[in-house]
Design a protein around this ligand. Structure first.
Ligand SMILES: [Zn+2]
Length: 353
């Protein structure tokens, strides 16, 4: 009992003095060792037995080894290293392809272990399509442009109106009446002159398969089910991953639809359009101004992760954010074999019984 108290005391002291994990285990080990002869004595006196003390020691060792093993595994499967297999030092090296102003501009990316020089070059070589320059499109376009995505296409058939300006922060008041795609492209180019921005001032149609296929990644920030289904169908057909976000009132969600790599598509989750009135657009249901900022920024962040290979993406996971209560949940989502859009024809057929 006395030994146990000493062990707890040692652990608390290590914690108070902020000792590292290894140092804490070392201190506990020394206390344990020091009590071996004492506990032997106590055993004869009828107190702690040596046997119990040894069992405690082995349990401690097992916990230590388990923890160390977990840390080793995390360290090896954590952030995905660049595919070319460079070491961290090489990953940080500044690639010769970046000009001095670009090195200065992207300095905070270049020092990140998960992005570095090679990651920044991947962003520069990437072609990203943003569907919808609205509430979600605004932060998406701004952050993708600022991050140095080399080629951004933005497609939107709408014009800037006064009621957009409460949340669509890419536009200025004096741009009311302009085509959203053109106004957004002008402001992105003004933010970052090193990238190419291509505005497409019309709505997406069923014939836009080649437009989708010409990009590495599509971000969908539109808010009606028909357009979202259309973007999903075209992306599945072209095998282009789709980062989709949705917002209403105080709640938003983000995920990556990538059936070509085993993830689900929009239709796996929502095979049928929602009943009329169940999923009203922002114009009817309302949306709090900063919410598209949260969800759109999250989409831009996931795009940067996807293109550079950093961290763990949202394939097979739906991130749900409740702005009213400040809560975030992660929901696992799965590809459906009988999905009418991405399911394989064999699996989609009638099941033999
Ligand atoms: Zn599907």
């Amino acid at each position: 009992m006395l030994g146990l108290l000493f062990l707890i005391g040692a652990a608390l002291t290590s914690w108070v003095f902020g000792l590292s994990r290894l140092m804490t285990w070392l201190v506990l080990g020394v206390v344990w060792l020091a009590f071996i002869p004492i506990s032997g004595q106590l055993g004869r006196l009828g107190g702690d037995s040596l046997q119990g003390w040894m069992v405690l020691g082995f349990l401690g060792l097992a916990v230590f080894l388990y923890q160390s093993g977990l840390r080793w595994i995390r360290g090896h499967v954590g952030p995905i290293e660049p595919e070319t297999g460079e070491t961290t030092a090489e990953a940080q090296a500044i690639p010769p392809g970046l000009s001095d102003p670009e090195i200065d501009r992207y300095a905070r990316h270049l020092v990140l272990r998960e992005i570095g020089g090679p990651g920044q070059m991947r962003l520069r070589d990437a072609r990203v399509l943003v569907v919808g320059a609205g509430g979600l499109g605004a932060p998406i376009c701004l952050y993708l442009a600022a991050a140095g995505i080399g080629h951004i296409t933005v497609i939107d058939g709408d014009t800037v109106s006064l009621s957009n300006l409460q949340r669509q922060v890419i536009f200025r008041s004096d741009q009311q009446g302009q085509m959203k795609a053109a106004a957004a492209a002008a402001n992105m180019a003004a933010l970052n002159p090193h990238i190419a921005v291509e505005p497409v001032a019309r709505a997406l149609t069923e014939d836009d398969g080649s437009l989708i296929a010409a990009h590495d990644l599509v971000l969908d920030g539109t808010d009606d089910f028909e357009t979202r289904s259309l973007v999903n169908r075209l992306c599945v057909r072209a095998k282009v991953p789709l980062l989709a976000g949705a917002i209403a009132q105080w709640e938003g969600q983000v995920t990556l639809y990538d059936p070509a790599h085993g993830g689900p598509c929009l239709s796996c989750l929502f095979p049928e359009p929602p009943a009329r009135g169940l999923a009203p657009a922002c114009a009817e249901a309302g949306v709090v101004g900063a919410l598209p900022g949260v969800i759109g920024s999250q989409m831009a962040l996931e795009a940067i992760k996807h293109l550079t290979g950093a961290g763990l993406g949202l394939r097979g996971r739906l991130l749900v954010y409740d702005g009213l209560y400040g809560e975030t949940r992660m929901i696992g989502i799965e590809k459906r074999g009988d999905c009418p859009v991405c399911g394989s024809p064999l699996e989609a057929g009638p099941k033999a019984s």
